[in-house]
Ligand binder design. Structure first.
Ligand SMILES: CC(C)(COP(=O)(O)OP(=O)(O)OC[C@H]1O[C@@H](n2cnc3c(N)ncnc32)[C@H](O)[C@@H]1OP(=O)(O)O)[C@@H](O)C(=O)NCCC(=O)NCCS
Length: 155
């Protein structure tokens, strides 16, 4: 499959919101303005995959805490349903985990306990479950696992 990967910019926010609506219907999908705020924040890194200029996958992390001892939170990852299971999720996870490894911080994320596809992907990248958060997702009330991946030096 032919695609390019680059950091996301404000012009990509509308398409991110369109994909979110498809991927997270019923789970308060982020609208365009939330993506704009996320892209502008100084502590975030958002990356996307494009086929012929069209965004087909996106992912973002935030760095929290001091730069000498940071931790990272996966804020979102999504792949256009028409392009799933072709390695794009793995490609973008590679990008964001690499960013966290550069600064040697642990990563954290929340995932629906019934989202087997995402859980498998995260486990492949060395995440494990820390805890269950009841009713984390709204408005569905679905439960989440908090998963973590140790920093490079702790693995
Ligand atoms: C989770 C998601 C990002 C995975 O993206 P993807 O491009 O389809 O994933 P990849 O093709 O890179 O697959 C990588 C690995 O993830 C796991 N995986 C992906 N889709 C899977 C599925 N439907 N069932 C089981 N495992 C799956 C597998 O381990 C897979 O490796 P393999 O193909 O060698 O078996 C995608 O399914 C998605 O956008 N889902 C909806 C949004 C979402 O749930 N985001 C996560 C919120 S926490």
């Amino acid at each position: 499959m032919n695609y390019t990967v680059r950091e996301l910019k404000p012009a990509d926010a509308a398409r991110c919101a369109e994909l979110e609506k498809q991927l997270f219907a019923g789970e308060s999908p982020w609208p365009e303005n939330v993506f704009l705020v996320e892209f502008a924040a100084p502590n975030t890194f958002y990356v996307g995959a494009f086929e012929a200029e069209r965004l087909i996958a996106y992912a973002g992390i935030a760095m929290l805490g001091p730069r000498q001892d940071p931790e990272f939170e996966v804020h979102t990852i999504g792949v256009d349903p028409a392009y799933q299971r072709r390695g794009l999720g793995r490609e973008l996870m590679d990008q964001i985990t690499h960013a966290a490894d550069l600064l040697d911080g642990p990563m954290f994320l929340e995932v629906r306990t019934d989202n087997d596809a995402a859980i498998r992907l995260y486990e492949d990248f060395g995440f494990h479950t820390l805890a269950t958060r009841r009713g984390y997702y709204q408005p569905s009330g679905a439960d989440a696992y908090t998963m973590t991946r140790p920093s490079r030096s702790e693995r």
